[in-house]
Design a binder for this molecule. Structure first.
Ligand SMILES: *[C@@H]1O[C@H](CO)[C@@H](O)[C@H](O)[C@H]1NC(C)=O
Ligand SMILES: *[C@@H]1O[C@H](CO)[C@@H](O)[C@H](O)[C@H]1NC(C)=O
Ligand SMILES: *[C@@H]1O[C@H](CO)[C@@H](O)[C@H](O)[C@H]1NC(C)=O
Ligand SMILES: *[C@@H]1O[C@H](CO)[C@@H](O)[C@H](O)[C@H]1NC(C)=O
Ligand SMILES: *[C@@H]1O[C@H](CO)[C@@H](O)[C@H](O)[C@H]1NC(C)=O
Length: 598
């Protein structure tokens, strides 16, 4: 959500002062069950309050726009408040999509009152896709812009951009809704209103998945596990939706296995390295990977390692590695035994607000465990292997590798221990939540007091999804089980190119040749010796046409000129100014440029 370097310029005394500095009140001693019920009610209200235009804490935000945090609505708080106002009174594509995924799931499971909010989200996002911004225009990378002003205008300040997780996350939220519309007799709405928005996001994902960008914490410019995992899921379900709607999703079906192939390289053998293709000086143990696992959870899957399903051996060992990495760095985790829940942050090297646990991170640790329980119950067995054994041993020290069928004593003990362990994370959240149930972004690693942005929408959404998984309420399948085998070797994304025909009308004499030269490698980088030749095969005295069709990268602007080389080898350039052209966006598309020598 927040971009650390904005804060680096500010004095630490202001940053670490804390938003609500009163002592934490550990007043509730209710059971986890009743806490979950009451906090879930607070959380849905917390989410809705932050959605424009009628949310009680989001006045001024356009309809369907999710405000990251309404920090300005807490006038009793002092300076860091205005800092949070400055930082969080925006709408992020990622946070909005994750929030709306939770709302769509809630709608599908019976809360029909959310229908108009869902439709407003669709309209708001359709509009935002058209807003040119510092990441680009609608077809030239602009969908990777991380955040916008709440009135839907572009944010033009410095930021960590692009962030490539927004489009696939939004596609997923919309695909789930579109599938529901189709299943409920409203294919028209899915085709006419949702599909165009989804198609734009999928086209973005196809085009950019193999390029670096900023991670979900807006700090690291590399390849983020979370972004790639979200991309894989969106491409799989997007391709299936396209087929269902009689549409095409260019490149989706072919890119998906390649993304899955690339995802395998994040696995170190003992945990997921959350950021690669970057030298960030971190271990890579980051709740990024746990959030990925809960986002790509498929209730119909089989604990697949390749897709890092919540119950997969890899994701369980990773859960241990990531949560263990916080045991020693936070004072409030001191004295908590191995195998018992702790407060979880983003990554142990975090320095934002001096590095603290986050509510949404601690909730994600719980949600992965609840999702795994759902999967084991569905499958009817639990397999403990060499990879997952250390995770299970923390909970049941005498356990050994093996497959334990539902009904066996070991199966029952594992389910019970994992449930207790998950509930432990909820209890940590409960312990450090103020009595009004307000969920900020972070809580202090030493005192447990809430810190940073107040009423963080994503914190509330994270509570809702954890509570649903705990109750066995899950999202529909996204097709994981038939899309979980990576190819044996990975290939680079085929470049997205377009075929441009250059038509140049120029009267020439025998022995002259015409070339195009310009700013792109494909056009010789302005070097006449590397210019591309045009053909005179259609040349007539009445139509002196020279032409060539050249493959160029899509969505690219460049300058160029034509040159004439005479039989004696003299190079003659066209007169100034340079010509300019922008290639179209669709991979494989064609276009023609018609020029006359000047
Ligand atoms: C289809 O969904 C839209 C959006 O919710 C709604 O306005 C419309 O009435 C629905 N149409 C039908 C036939 O259900
Ligand atoms: C692109 O994909 C290849 C093949 O999976 C991978 O090795 C490479 O690191 C990727 N690069 C980026 C920037 O995504
Ligand atoms: C992020 O990295 C890519 C290449 O890895 C680079 O082209 C881009 O300029 C970087 N962006 C920023 C803001 O540093
Ligand atoms: C699920 O995984 C188990 C263990 O790897 C395997 O034996 C079983 O065939 C798988 N089932 C399906 C439906 O893929
Ligand atoms: C045309 O582009 C070349 C290469 O970038 C540049 O050197 C030259 O100044 C440009 N000409 C004009 C008139 O802008």
């Amino acid at each position: 959500m927040l971009f650390t370097s904005v804060l680096r310029a500010l004095p630490a005394s202001l940053l670490f002062a804390g938003v609500h500095s009163g002592p934490v009140e550990h007043k509730r001693q209710t059971s986890v069950d009743s806490y979950v019920t009451s906090q879930a009610a607070i959380s849905i209200n917390g989410v809705l309050a932050n959605i424009g235009s009628d949310g009680s804490k989001s006045q001024g935000a356009a309809a369907g726009i999710v405000v990251a945090s309404p920090s300005k609505s807490s006038p009793d708080c002092e300076y860091p408040m205005s800092l949070d106002y400055y930082i969080d009174w925006y709408t992020w594509t990622r946070d909005s999509a994750l929030t709306y995924k939770a709302l769509v799931e809630r709608f599908i499971s019976g809360d029909t009152s959310l229908r108009s909010k869902l439709d407003q989200y669709v309209s708001a996002q359709a509009y935002l896709q058209t807003v040119s911004n510092p990441s680009g225009g609608p077809n030239t990378g602009g969908l990777g812009e991380p955040k916008f002003n709440v009135d839907r205008t572009a944010f033009t300040g410095a930021w960590g951009r692009p962030q490539r997780d927004g489009p696939p996350l939004r596609a997923t939220a919309l695909v789930i809704y579109a599938n529901w519309l189709v299943a409920n007799g409203n294919t028209t709405q899915a085709v006419n209103v949702l599909w165009p928005v989804i198609a734009n996001d999928l086209a973005y994902a196809v085009k950019y998945w193999n390029q670096t960008g900023f991670d979900l914490w807006e700090e690291v410019n590399g390849s983020s596990f979370f972004t790639l995992a979200a991309t894989h899921r969106a491409l799989v379900e997007g391709a299936a939706l396209a087929t269902k709607l009689g549409k095409t999703c260019d490149g989706c079906a072919s890119a998906a296995p390649q993304v899955l192939c690339f995802l395998q390289s994040f696995w170190t053998g003992s945990y997921i390295d959350s950021n690669i293709n970057v030298n960030d000086g971190r271990t890579g143990k980051d709740v990024n990977s746990i959030i990925s696992s809960i986002h790509t959870f498929d209730p119909a899957s089989n604990c697949t390692d390749a897709t890092f399903q919540p119950c997969s051996s890899r994701a369980l060992l990773n859960h241990k590695a990531v949560t263990d990495s916080f045991r020693t760095v936070y004072g409030i985790n001191k004295g908590i035994a191995q195998g018992q829940a702790v407060a979880v942050g983003r990554y142990s090297e975090d320095v934002y607000y001096n590095g603290n646990p986050w509510y949404l991170a601690t909730l994600a640790a719980a949600e992965q465990l609840y999702s795994a329980i759902y999967q084991w119950n569905k499958i009817g067995s639990i397999t403990v292997d060499a990879v997952s054994l250390p995770f299970f041993k923390d909970l049941l020290p005498s356990i050994t590798a093996g497959t334990y069928a539902s009904g066996s004593a070991t199966f029952t003990s594992i389910i019970s221990a994992v449930k207790t362990y998950g509930d432990g994370y909820i209890a940590v959240v409960q312990k450090y939540t103020p009595s009004n149930g307000g969920l900020a972004e972070q809580f202090d690693k030493s005192s447990g007091s809430p810190l940073s942005a107040v009423d963080l929408t994503w914190s509330y959404a994270a509570f809702l999804t954890a509570a649903e998984r705990r109750a066995g309420v899950v999202s529909p399948t996204w097709g994981e089980s038939s899309n979980n085998v990576p190819p044996t070797s990975c290939i680079l994304a085929p470049s997205c190119s377009v075929q441009i025909t250059f038509n140049e009308r120029v009267t020439t004499t025998f022995g002259d040749n015409i070339f195009v030269v310009g700013q792109l490698t494909e056009l010789g980088n302005w070097d006449p010796n590397s210019a591309k030749p045009l053909s005179a095969s259609k040349y007539t005295s009445s139509d002196p046409l020279w032409y060539a069709t050249i493959s160029l990268p899509a969505s690219t602007s460049f300058a160029y000129k034509y040159i004439r080389k005479t039989s004696s080898g003299t190079v003659m350039w066209e007169s100034d100014p340079n010509r300019s052209y922008s290639t179209p966006s669709g991979c494989g598309s064609t276009a023609t440029v018609s020029d006359t020598w000047r």
